[in-house]
Ligand binder design. Structure first.
Ligand code: NI
Ligand code: MN
Length: 227
């Protein structure tokens, strides 16, 4: 497999899939833990899980500068089209975006979704991303839910799970989620960005390995790892 991941911070990732660039939820400017600068980020595809400001982030600027395809839910897509982003692919849970080097399947997420300007942002979602021989689940912002076992049936190499509590599942429920998803490895997101979502990530990693046997990968902000 040849997928390299860079955790920008919060729920933001840059993926390199066989030389192609995918950005997920690129919240960079104003992200207290991000070290990257939005102007330096490149993208062929931008995946968005929902419309909250800590996920939409710098996506409009990056999409306009790079011409990247924005892949998001239907209502979000209409907002991007109305804000000068012309390269948009709209879907909803159950659907799959495909090109010749990756796919991204919309999954359920239980959360809310509105843009910072108050516009309704449609149904929040996660994605199962396939490319470079790997399957990666980005959960978006969500609580634990039982149908994660169906997402696990996809055969996941990596799950990216929120652990911050308050707005999403916390550590206890993330352990249950990992048992349902059965990924080969798991990496935490959506924690320590702001005071309400501070977590002891070392304690989380120790629990993951002792209670689930799944490999826990904990990068620093701007840290890279590969599958
Ligand atoms: Ni959110
Ligand atoms: Mn969020």
């Amino acid at each position: 497999m040849t997928v390299a991941l860079r955790w920008i911070g919060h729920s933001a990732y840059s993926l390199d899939i066989d030389g192609h660039k995918v950005l997920i939820d690129p919240f960079v400017s104003g992200n207290p833990i991000a070290k990257a600068a939005a102007k330096d980020l490149d993208a062929d595809v931008i995946l968005l899980t929902h419309a909250h400001g800590d996920h939409v982030g710098d996506s409009v600027e990056i999409a306009k500068r790079t011409g990247a395809l924005v892949v998001c839910n239907f209502e979000m897509g209409d907002w991007y089209l109305a804000h000068g982003v012309q390269n948009v692919y709209q879907g909803n849970p159950g659907g799959t975006f495909r090109n010749d080097w990756m796919s991204a399947k919309w999954t359920l997420a239980f959360h809310s979704s509105s843009f910072p300007d108050g516009t309704y942002g449609g149904q929040p979602n996660g994605f199962v991303i396939r490319g470079g021989g790997a399957a990666i689940y980005h959960a978006g912002d969500t609580c634990l839910f039982g149908d994660m076992n169906l997402i696990g049936d996809e055969g996941l190499d990596l799950a990216l799970l929120p652990i911050g509590d308050c707005f999403t599942m916390g550590i206890d429920d993330s352990i249950k989620a990992i048992k349902l998803l059965q990924p080969k490895a798991v990496s935490p997101m959506h924690y320590n960005t702001f005071a309400p979502i501070e977590q002891d990530v070392s304690a989380w990693a120790a629990r993951v390995e002792s209670e689930t046997g799944v490999k826990a990968i904990v990068p620093e902000p701007d840290g890279e790892f590969s599958l």
